[in-house]
Design a binder for this molecule. Structure first.
Ligand code: SAM
Length: 471
C-alpha cells in the first residue's frame, strides 16, 4: 500500500493505484456482504477510503443506491444541517496563456474579446454584487503572467475588501487562479483570502497532458502539487475539483479521494471544499467532442458518495447546473451554491447578461432573490455567513468544530443572522415574508439556551439597522 505521508501528491495519486482500485471495485461491485460492511463503516461518519468509496460507486444495485442517497442526506444534515452557503464568482480577466482544449479562454481562441477589469471596474462589479446581497465571492482569472500577475490579483482583492457600499463590505474572497509559487500563496494569505480553489481538471496524467498541450498548466506535477505549496504558504483552506466530462468519472472520483487522503495525511487537514463542475458548452468548445460526459443520475451518485467519503468537506455546485439538478444534489451533500452568476468579465455591471466573454453557459439563470426564496421554499436556510474564516476558524479548527457537532450552535445562528440581513437589505416582499417565518422557527432549533437567546437578540438588532453580528 502506498504511504500518503512520505510521497508527493503526484506520486501518491498514481495511475497504478487508481487502476488497481478500479479493478478491485469491478470485482466487488456485486459483493453485497462487503458493500454492507462499507455502508456500516460509512454510517460512523468517519469517512471512507478511496477503495471503499470506489466499490460503492461501481455497485449498480438500486436498493444500495437508495441506501447511499439516504445516508448522504443524513450525513449532510448531521454536519451541515439544512443550511446552504451562498456565493458568486467574479471574473477579473480572461487573458490566458494556456492551451486548455476545453476552455474558451485558451490562447488560440481569437473570437472572444480579451478583457481585464481595471480597479474602477472591479469596484463597479463589487457594488453590483453587493446590491444583490452577496457577501462571499470567488475570484476567477485566466493565467497570464503579463496581464494578470499576482500583483494584479492582490490589487483586486484589496479593492474588493475596501468597498463599503450601503450595507457593508464583501466579507470573504475565495480565489480560483492558476497554480503558483509558495511565495505567491503567502501573499494571497496575507491579502486575507478565504479558500484557495484549484480544479485538478483530471487526475489522468496522460490525458491531462493532452488536454493542456501548451502553457504553464501543461506541467502535471506542478499543478497536482499546488495545494501542498498553498498549505506551505499558510493557506489552510483549499478547495479541490475535477471537471467531469474530460476523463472517466470513476478514475477521477478515485483520484480526488486520494488527493484528499494525501492532504489529510501530510498537512493534518483535508480539503475545505470539493467542487463538482461538469463540462459545458462555451465559445470555441463543443462538449460533445469530449466523450466522457456523465448523466444526471451518475452525477447525483458522485455527489452522494463524496458526501459519504469525506463527511466534513464542504461541497460546491455552480450555476453550470440547472435548477433541477441543483435541487437534487443539495439534498445529497452539496453545502454551497452560487447564485445569479455571470461568468463574463465585467458581467455584473451590465444591465443584460453579456454572453460574448462568458466562460461557459449558465444553466441556472435565476436572480439571487429567486434562488434564496426557492431554497427556503424547499426547506433550506440560505446562509451568507463568513464567520469561521473571520474568527480564525480555518483548517483543522473548522474541522474540529464540525467534528464536535457544535456547528448547530455556531453556523446555524450565523446563517439566520445573515439571512436576516439579506431580508432587511435586499429581499423582495415575498421572499422577506417566507424568510421571517423561517428565521422565527429556526431560532428555536438552536440547541444551547444561552446561544439561542443571544442569537434572538442579534436578529432583533439587525431588524433595527445594526449589522455584522456573529458567533
Ligand atoms: N485559470 C485558472 C486555472 O486554470 O485553474 C482558474 C480559473 S478557470 C476560469 C476556472 C475553471 O473553469 C477551470 O478550472 C475549469 O475547470 C473550468 N472550465 C473551463 N472550461 C470550462 C467549460 N467549458 N465548462 C465548464 N467549466 C469549465
Amino acid at each position: 500500500m502506498y504511504d500518503p505521508k512520505s510521497l508527493k501528491a503526484e506520486e501518491f495519486i498514481c495511475h497504478e493505484e487508481i487502476e488497481d482500485t478500479l479493478k478491485y471495485a469491478d470485482e466487488n461491485k456485486d459483493n453485497l456482504p462487503l458493500i454492507r460492511e462499507i455502508l456500516d463503516k460509512a454510517r460512523l461518519c468517519k469517512g471512507l477510503s478511496h477503495r471503499e468509496a470506489s466499490v460503492l460507486l461501481a455497485c449498480e444495485d438500486p436498493e444500495i443506491l437508495d441506501e447511499i442517497y439516504k445516508l448522504a442526506n443524513e450525513i449532510k444534515h448531521k454536519f451541515y444541517g439544512n443550511r446552504i452557503v451562498m456565493f458568486a464568482p467574479l471574473y477579473l480577466s480572461n487573458y490566458c496563456v494556456n492551451g486548455c482544449t476545453y476552455c474558451p479562454y485558451h490562447r488560440q481562441n481569437h473570437h472572444i474579446p480579451r478583457r481585464k477589469l481595471t480597479q474602477e471596474e472591479v469596484a463597479k462589479e463589487v457594488i453590483a454584487l453587493q446590491d444583490m446581497g452577496h457577501k462571499r465571492l470567488a475570484i476567477e482569472a485566466g493565467e497570464d503572467p503579463v496581464n494578470n500577475p499576482i500583483e494584479y490579483i492582490l490589487d483586486c482583492i484589496k479593492t474588493i475588501y475596501s468597498i463599503q457600499h450601503k450595507n457593508g463590505a464583501i466579507r470573504r474572497v475565495n480565489v480560483n487562479i492558476a497554480a503558483t509559487t509558495v511565495e505567491n500563496y503567502r501573499k494571497l494569505k496575507e491579502a486575507g483570502i478565504g479558500t484557495y480553489i484549484l480544479f485538478q481538471e483530471t487526475y489522468h496524467k496522460e490525458s491531462y497532458e493532452k488536454l493542456h498541450p501548451t502553457g504553464p498548466k501543461h506541467n502535471y506535477a506542478y499543478h497536482t502539487e499546488a495545494m501542498d505549496r498553498a498549505m506551505e504558504g499558510g493557506i489552510d483552506d483549499v478547495g479541490l475539483g475535477v471537471l467531469y466530462g474530460l476523463e472517466m468519472y470513476r478514475y477521477e472520483f478515485c483520484g480526488q479521494l486520494m488527493h484528499a487522503e494525501h492532504l489529510e495525511a501530510v498537512h493534518g487537514v483535508g480539503p475545505h471544499t470539493i467542487s463538482v463542475p461538469r463540462l459545458k458548452k462555451a465559445d470555441d468548445i463543443d462538449p460533445t467532442k469530449f466523450d466522457n460526459g456523465i448523466s444526471d443520475e451518475t452525477f447525483a451518485k458522485i455527489c452522494a458518495l463524496i458526501r459519504i467519503a469525506v463527511p466534513y468537506t464542504g461541497m460546491i455546485i455552480s450555476t453550470r447546473e440547472s435548477q433541477k439538478v441543483r435541487a437534487q444534489v443539495i439534498n445529497l451533500g452539496v453545502s454551497q451554491i452560487s447564485g445569479a452568476s455571470r461568468t463574463s468579465v465585467g458581467g455584473y455591471a451590465e444591465e443584460e447578461r453579456p454572453t460574448d466573454t462568458e466562460q461557459f453557459d449558465v444553466s441556472d439563470q435565476r436572480s439571487l432573490d429567486e434562488v434564496v426564496r426557492w431554497l427556503m421554499e424547499t426547506d433550506h436556510i440560505p446562509s451568507f455567513c463568513t464567520a469561521c474564516y473571520r474568527e480564525g476558524r480555518t483548517g483543522d479548527r473548522f474541522m474540529s468544530l464540525c467534528k464536535s457537532g457544535q456547528i448547530q450552535n455556531c453556523c446555524h445562528p450565523n446563517a439566520l443572522i445573515t439571512l436576516k440581513e439579506f431580508l432587511e437589505d435586499y429581499a423582495s416582499p415575498e421572499t422577506k415574508a417566507i424568510g421571517e417565518k423561517m428565521i422565527a422557527q429556526e431560532l428555536e432549533n438552536i440547541p444551547n439556551e444561552k446561544t439561542r437567546s443571544i442569537a434572538k437578540g442579534y436578529v432583533e438588532k439587525v431588524a433595527h439597522g445594526e449589522r455584522d453580528f456573529r458567533f
